[in-house]
Write a protein that binds this ligand. Structure first.
Ligand code: ADE
Length: 275
């Protein structure tokens, strides 16, 4: 039934009286995943190969590439912290924006960039552990600049539900039965009471440490952004975030390994749909 729906939808969208294209074909996809543990099952599943010299040699970032159906998929990860020599994964907005920028500069023919990873979910928005969310918009919750002109810049809100006339979130979420919502980004895994107020104001369904920064880099290249987030912990729940996050990281990464090929199959087959 799902196949028939996809076939009929794509047929219906690609016919008609006008010659205006109704789908944006997708051939080249970058998947930005911050942590190695989040990316590993997917890289293995697609049997992607490490690309030497993809990033400048003084960066810690890694790239893995290979075919998936008719698409070429490049997964980028943020690598390990060599600057402070802690050896942990580079997480947060700075490595995310930089790795995304460099990858888009290297691959100018990229049709869409998917930011996939784990997130905290808000119970008040219907999020449950293991849920997959497609991101309709991004905003920061920890960039407070109380000077009037700088307030909206600090929040850095971007609508990621569409790219021009093309819907990048709703159609996909509907067909794959994923949830939809805004992702609020900050540089901390935990939160303060001040963060709480800003996350509420951002109308966030999920919370992460990269999406708004990655969407910003995509804007610089006018590349469509698609956020795909799996919930490891409940932000407005009763358990300490770090405990819940670590307990669910493996299961969430495996769930990402199931969700990502489904999303790739959809966008590489149907393209990104125009309303
Ligand atoms: N990634 C997974 N859970 C998160 C949370 N609660 N905040 C930020 N990033 C996360």
């Amino acid at each position: 039934i799902a196949f028939l729906f996809v076939f009929v939808t794509s047929f219906a969208l690609n016919t008609g009286a006008t010659s205006i294209p109704k789908t944006m074909p997708v051939k080249n996809v970058i998947v930005a995943i911050a942590m190695e543990a989040e990316a590993a099952p997917f890289i293995q599943h697609l049997q992607l190969k490490l690309v030497a010299d993809f990033f400048p040699s003084n960066t810690p970032f890694q790239a893995y590439q290979g075919p998936h159906g008719d698409c070429t998929v490049t997964v980028i990860t943020n690598g390990k912290d060599t600057v402070h020599e802690t050896g942990v994964d580079n997480v947060g907005t700075v490595p995310a924006a930089l790795a995304t920028f460099l990858a888009l500069q290297k691959l100018p023919d990229t049709d869409i960039l998917i930011n996939a990873g784990t997130c905290g979910g808000f119970r008040r928005k219907g999020a449950e552990i293991g849920n997959v969310f497609v991101v309709t918009g991004v905003a920061h919750h920890d960039r407070r600049i109380p000077i009037p002109d700088y307030v909206p810049y600090g929040i850095g809100k971007l609508d990621t539900s569409r790219h021009g006339d093309f819907t990048t979130a709703e159609v996909l979420a509907l067909e794959l039965e994923y949830k939809l919502g805004v992702c609020t980004t900050g540089n901390s895994l935990d939160k303060t009471e001040e963060d709480d107020k800003h996350m509420l104001a951002n109308d966030a369904a999920v919370k992460d440490m990269e999406a708004a920064a990655i969407a910003w880099s995509c804007k610089l290249f006018d590349t469509p952004f698609l956020g795909l987030k799996v919930v490891t912990d409940i932000v407005d729940g009763e358990h300490p975030t770090q405990d819940e996050f670590l307990a669910n990281l493996l299961a969430a990464s495996q769930s990402l390994q199931v969700a990502l090929p489904r999303v790739l199959d959809h966008i590489c087959h149907v393209g990104v749909v125009k309303e």
